[in-house]
Design a protein around this ligand. Structure first.
Ligand SMILES: Cc1cc2nc3c(=O)[nH]c(=O)nc-3n(C[C@H](O)[C@H](O)[C@H](O)COP(=O)(O)OP(=O)(O)OC[C@H]3O[C@@H](n4cnc5c(N)ncnc54)[C@H](O)[C@@H]3O)c2cc1C
Length: 195
């Protein structure tokens, strides 16, 4: 086993600085743990996204001390042709939030609480015995794999479970116009199907 470079020591190493990684980093700092977040990308990270926080998610980020700007949403409206099914949230509103706005707010809160950020990409995880693990030059007692749907860490530590991957295609576009409804509208195409 090759000896890894260990420049940084931490209680918790969070791999991936997306919404989940940043929320974990904030939780860990609120619990009094030293945290290092390893993420290759800089700046507000954008991604194809419906950009809606459901009421539970909104309460969860507010509990972390994050209250991003956005537009209140009162429910979801599912639509296909003439068919409409509206669902109004019973537990208060959710919020439509630009993904970059959410990322900026989570990142700022993690920084404010003292999380360290390390620019890098984890491509190996080394067992450091009683000290925990080493990855991307960080030695930590705990490693949290927050590196997304197709997690590299999950593969590296042998937790990958074979599954059927279907090709998915996502297109997104933003328009600057006043909302005509307080519901998020989900429009089903004629050939849409559930898998
Ligand atoms: C089309 C679409 C619409 C969606 N709409 C919504 C919505 O409206 N509301 C909602 O709440 N959710 C929505 N989601 C889901 C949401 O995007 C994901 O649940 C969310 O991104 C998961 O966050 P994450 O931090 O786990 O992963 P990601 O956002 O994928 O972040 C993972 C991070 O890990 C980093 N990373 C990857 N590999 C490594 C590595 N080896 N080393 C270090 N870092 C690494 C990446 O650079 C990235 O920044 C949508 C998803 C899609 C595809």
């Amino acid at each position: 086993m090759t000896e890894a470079r260990t420049d940084v020591r931490s209680d918790v190493l969070v791999v991936g600085g997306g919404p989940v990684g940043l929320a974990c980093a904030i939780e860990a700092r609120l619990a009094g743990l030293e945290v290092a977040v390893v993420e290759p990308r800089t700046g507000p990270i954008d991604k194809a996204c419906g950009e809606g926080l459901m009421p539970g998610a909104l309460r969860a980020v507010q509990r972390l001390g994050v209250d991003p700007d956005g537009h209140a949403i009162a429910g979801i409206s599912y639509r296909q042709g003439e068919r409409v099914a509206d669902h109004r949230f019973r537990a208060g509103p959710g919020r439509g939030v630009r993904r970059t706005t959410l990322h900026t707010a989570l990142h700022a809160r993690a920084r404010e609480l003292g999380a360290r950020f390390v620019a890098g990409k984890v491509d190996a995880v080394t067992d450091a015995g009683a000290d925990g693990v080493t990855a991307a030059g960080v030695r930590a007692r705990w490693l949290l794999a927050c590196d997304g749907l197709h997690s590299t860490v999950r593969q590296l530590v042998g937790l990958e479970v074979a599954s059927r991957r279907e090709a998915r295609f996502g297109l997104r576009r933003h328009y600057r116009l006043a909302p005509w409804s307080d519901l998020v509208e989900v429009h089903w195409g004629r050939t849409s199907r559930r898998t």
